[in-house]
Design a protein around this ligand. Structure first.
Ligand code: ADP
Ligand code: MG
Length: 720
C-alpha cells in the first residue's frame, strides 16, 4: 500500500487517492481480475495506470474512442511515461513503430482500438510479449444490453487468453493458475448488474473483484410526482419560480419536524436541512435543464418559460448552428433554462446546474440516472424532479411497437430483402410503411446480422439467425421500461433505489433528501388527507394484511380491488401506507419461461398492527397540483360517488343494526370485529342504504370480495 501511495505522489503528482481508487489499485496490482464500475469523472483511468506502473512491464489498453486515447496518451507522456497508440487516425508508419516498440518492451502503455482485433496477425504479434496488465475501458460496449454496443468489442473475449500470456486452455477446459496470468481490468461508468455479468462472462474474467462504487449523490434531492400531462407545464413553471401558484398555499410539513430521524448519517441531518433552507425560494432553481419527450413539447414549453426566464429549446430537429448557440448560451449563463430532448447534455460540462426536470417517464433508469447526474456537479444542493403518469407507459409502448415491432413484422421486412441491394423507398412502398419507420426497423435487423446497409443506404439481406437476438433485445427494452416505472412508483428512498439498480453496495443509508425521506422540502409535491373513499380502501388494504403477512401486492389488488379501481390508484394508496410507516414492502421475483418477473410483497409494520380506527389522521396522500388551500385539503376531492355517499349522514338505527350483525359475524369466525368491517364502512353503508348488490358495491370499502362474503347479510338489514 505504501508503494502505491508513493507511486501516486511521485509518478502521478496526486496527494491522495480518491474514494475507492486505492482498493481498485491494490486488487489489480495484486494480480486480480477486476470489474470497476464508477461514475464518469470518478478517476477510473488511474485505477489501471497506477497498477501498471507498480507491476512493471507494458500495459495494453483497449479503448473505443480515439479522443479518449489521445487524451490519455498525452497525459501519460507528460508524466514521463512511454505511451503509444494504434488506431485508424494514425499514420501507418507510426503504428508499425508502436508495434516494434511493444515487441521490444519499450512501452509502458499501448492503447489500441477494438477494430484492430480484427486485423489478421495483430493479436498474435502483441502476444509475443506478455503485458503487465490488460485494461478494457468503456467495457459496457461489449454488452448488447449496455448503452453503446460495439460488435468489435465482442472479439476481445476470444483473444484475451492469448494476450494474457498463458493463452491456451487445457483439454479439460481449465486455464492455468490465475496467479501466473496477466490480470485484466474492465472499466465503465454505466452498467446494471445484468451488464456487469455480461462483461465478466464475455471477457472470461476469473474470480473477478467487482468494485461498484460512487453512485450515491449526496447533494441531489430527487422528487417524483405523479401528474396529468396537462398539468406538467404549469408544474415546471412553478418549480422554476415563475408559476402563478404561490408556494405558501401548500400544506405545510404534515410529517412532523424531523424527517431525517435515524435515516440520515450521523450529523448529516442538520447540515442537509440547513443547506436546503438556505436556497432562496425561487431563482436558485436555475440553471435548469428540462427534459421533454418530443420536439413539439420542447418548442412549446421553451416558449412559455421564455416569457419569464431566459430559456432556449434544444432538440435534434434544430440546425447544428442553433443547437451550438443554445448550448453556448447555457454554458455562459446567458440563458438559465434549457428545454431539451435527450439529445442535450452529452459531454457538456456545466457545474452549477441546480435543477433537472423530466416532464415524462424516461425509458430506462440508466438514461435517467445519467440525465439527473448533470445537476449539482459543484456539490451544492440540487434537485431532480420527475413528473410521470400511468399514461406515460402507454406512450412508450406505442413508440416501442413502432421501433421494436413484433417478430412477425420484422420477418416480413427480412423476407422483403434479397441479395440484390434495394433502397429504403422501394421497401417502404412494398411494405406500406413510411421511410423513417423502415429505417429504424432495418437498424435493428442489421444490429442482429439480419440485414446489411451500405454507406449509400442500400440494403441487402443478412443471415437468418437474427430472431433470437432481436427477441432478447425486445424483452430487454420492455424490462428497462418496467424498471423505470417501478422506480417512479417506488415507496422507499429514491437514492437507495438507484444504488440498488446499479448494484452499488453503499445501500444501507437513506439519502435524507428525496420526496420520501424529506417530504416537507419538496419543491413541487404537496400532501393532503385522504377522502372518505380512499380511507375505505386504505382500511381494506390494512384488513387484508392483518389476515396475512407477506402478501403479493398483485394478489392483494386482484382479490379485493380490481373490479372497482385502477391499479395505479391502488398502488398510490398502498404507497401512502408505506410512506406513513404502516405497511412495508419488499421486492421478490419468480421465473416464468426463463424470464424473471419482479413483484412486491406487503406486510403490516408494528405501527400498522397497532393502529385501529385512526387511519384518517395517520395517513397523508400526495396532494393534487396546484396544491389546494390547507382548509380544503382535508376534504375529499375525488369522484362524485364518494361525495354523495360521505356527505349523507348515516342512519343511527341502521348503524346499530349493522354493528350487531358485525359482532355476530366476528364471533362466528373467531376474529375481531374490525376484520369484518371498519366503523367508517358501516357508517357509509348506513348512509347509502343500498338495496341491490350494485348499490352496495358502490359504497366505499365494499369490494367484490366483501360483497361475495357479506353482501346478502347486509342487504337483508338495509332493505329490511
Ligand atoms: P473517469 O474515467 O472515471 O471518468 P478520469 O480517469 O478521466 O475519470 O479522471 C477524471 C479526472 O480526475 C482527471 O482529470 C484525473 O486527472 C483526475 N484524478 C484522478 N484521480 C485523482 C486523484 N487521486 N487526485 C486528484 N485528481 C485525480
Ligand atoms: Mg474514463
Amino acid at each position: 500500500m505504501a508503494d502505491l501511495l508513493d507511486i501516486l505522489r511521485t509518478r502521478f503528482g496526486f496527494d491522495s487517492f480518491r474514494p475507492h481508487q486505492a482498493e481498485a489499485c491494490a486488487a489489480l496490482a495484486d494480480g486480480h481480475d477486476c470489474l470497476l464500475v464508477m461514475p464518469t469523472g470518478a478517476g477510473k483511468s488511474l485505477c489501471y495506470q497506477l497498477p501498471a506502473v507498480a507491476r512493471g512491464g507494458s500495459a495494453l489498453v483497449v479503448s473505443p474512442l480515439i479522443s479518449l486515447m489521445e487524451d490519455q496518451v498525452s497525459k501519460l507522456s507528460a508524466q514521463g511515461l512511454n505511451a503509444a497508440r494504434i488506431h485508424s487516425g494514425r499514420p501507418r508508419e507510426e503504428s508499425r513503430q508502436a508495434c516494434f516498440d511493444w515487441a521490444e518492451g519499450k512501452l509502458d502503455f499501448l492503447f489500441i482500438s477494438p477494430e484492430r482485433l480484427r486485423v489478421p496477425g495483430f493479436v498474435e504479434w502483441l502476444a509475443k510479449r506478455k503485458p503487465g496488465l490488460v485494461a478494457v475501458d468503456e467495457a459496457h460496449c461489449i454488452s448488447q444490453w449496455g448503452h453503446d454496443f460495439r460488435p468489435d468489442y465482442r472479439l476481445l473475449g476470444g483473444r484475451l487468453d492469448m494476450l494474457r500470456g498463458k493463452g491456451v486452455r487445457h483439454d479439460s477446459g481449465e486455464l492455468p493458475p490465475e496467479s501466473s496470468q496477466t490480470p485484466v481490468i474492465a472499466l465503465t461508468a454505466t452498467a446494471t448488474p445484468l451488464v456487469q455479468r455480461d462483461i465478466i462472462e464475455q471477457l472470461g474474467l476469473h474470480d473477478c473483484k467487482r468494485l461498484i462504487h460512487g453512485f450515491r449523490r449526496t447533494n441531489l434531492g430527487i422528487e417524483v410526482v405523479e401528474l396529468k400531462p396537462s398539468q406538467r407545464a404549469d408544474a415546471v413553471l412553478e418549480v422554476l419560480g415563475s408559476g402563478s401558484f404561490s408556494r405558501s398555499e401548500k400544506v405545510p410539513d404534515p410529517f412532523g419536524s424531523d424527517p431525517f430521524g435515524s435515516s440520515a448519517g450521523a450529523g448529516a441531518g442538520e447540515g442537509v436541512r440547513h443547506n436546503f433552507a438556505e436556497l432562496p425560494a425561487k431563482l436558485s432553481q436555475t440553471p435548469a435543464i428540462v427534459y421533454v419527450p418530443s420536439r413539439k413539447e420542447c418548442e412549446a414549453l421553451a416558449a412559455r418559460i421564455g416569457e419569464s426566464v431566459p430559456c432556449m429549446p434544444y432538440h435534434a430537429g434544430l440546425s447544428a448552428a442553433d443547437r451550438d448557440r443554445a448550448q453556448a448560451a447555457f454554458l455562459a449563463g446567458e440563458v438559465s433554462v434549457i428545454v431539451a430532448t435527450i439529445a442535450f447534455g452529452m459531454g457538456i460540462d456545466k457545474h452549477n446546474v441546480r435543477t433537472v426536470i423530466h416532464t415524462a417517464l424516461p425509458g430506462s433508469v440508466e438514461g435517467y440516472y445519467q440525465e439527473i447526474g448533470r445537476a449539482g456537479r459543484d456539490g451544492k444542493p440540487s434537485r431532480a424532479i420527475l413528473m410521470w403518469g400511468w399514461n406515460d407507459k402507454r406512450l412508450h409502448e406505442w413508440f416501442m411497437d413502432r421501433d421494436y415491432p413484433p417478430v412477425k413484422d420484422m420477418r416480413a421486412l427480412w423476407g422483403a430483402l434479397s441479395n440484390r441491394a434495394t433502397d429504403l423507398e422501394s421497401l417502404a412502398s412494398e411494405l406500406d410503411l413510411d421511410v423513417s419507420t423502415i429505417g429504424s426497423r432495418l437498424d435493428k435487423l442489421a444490429a442482429q446480422g439480419g440485414a446489411s446497409i451500405d454507406a449509400e443506404g442500400y440494403v441487402t439481406r443478412g443471415g437468418d439467425k437474427w430472431i433470437d437476438g432481436y427477441q432478447k433485445q425486445l424483452e430487454h427494452k420492455r424490462d428497462q421500461l418496467d424498471r423505470m416505472l417501478n422506480f417512479a412508483q417506488g415507496h422507499g428512498c429514491r437514492m437507495l433505489a438507484l444504488l440498488n439498480h446499479f448494484g452499488d453496495p453503499d445501500n444501507t443509508r437513506s439519502c435524507g433528501r428525496c420526496d420520501v425521506c424529506a417530504p416537507q422540502q419538496c419543491a413541487l409535491k404537496s400532501f393532503r388527507a385522504p377522502s372518505a373513499r380512499e380511507l375505505a380502501v386504505l382500511r381494506q388494504i390494512m384488513d387484508a394484511l392483518r389476515g396475512r403477512d407477506d402478501l403479493s401486492t398483485g394478489k392483494l389488488f386482484r382479490d379485493n380491488f380490481e373490479q372497482h379501481m385502477k391499479r395505479g390508484e391502488f398502488e398510490d394508496l398502498l404507497g401512502a401506507l408505506v410512506q406513513n410507516g404502516l405497511v412495508t414492502t419488499r421486492d421478490d421475483m419468480w421465473e416464468k419461461d426463463g424470464r424473471v418477473i419482479q413483484f412486491k410483497r406487503a406486510s403490516l409494520t408494528d405501527a400498522g398492527r397497532e393502529i385501529e380506527d385512526d387511519l384518517a389522521s395517520a395517513v397523508m396522500l400526495p396532494g393534487s397540483f396546484p396544491a389546494p388551500e390547507p382548509a380544503k385539503a382535508t376534504k375529499h376531492s375525488k369522484g362524485e360517488r364518494s361525495k354523495n355517499v360521505a356527505d349523507k349522514a348515516p342512519d343511527p338505527t341502521l348503524v346499530e343494526a349493522l354493528k350487531t350483525w358485525r359482532l355476530q359475524q366476528a364471533k362466528a369466525q373467531g376474529v375481531q370485529a374490525f376484520r369484518i368491517f371498519g366503523n367508517k364502512t358501516l357508517d357509509a353503508i348506513a348512509a347509502a342504504k343500498p338495496r341491490t348488490r350494485d348499490e352496495l358495491l358502490d359504497v366505499p370499502g365494499i369490494g367484490p370480495a366483501k360483497l361475495e362474503a357479506y353482501g346478502d347479510g347486509i342487504l337483508e338489514i338495509t332493505s329490511g
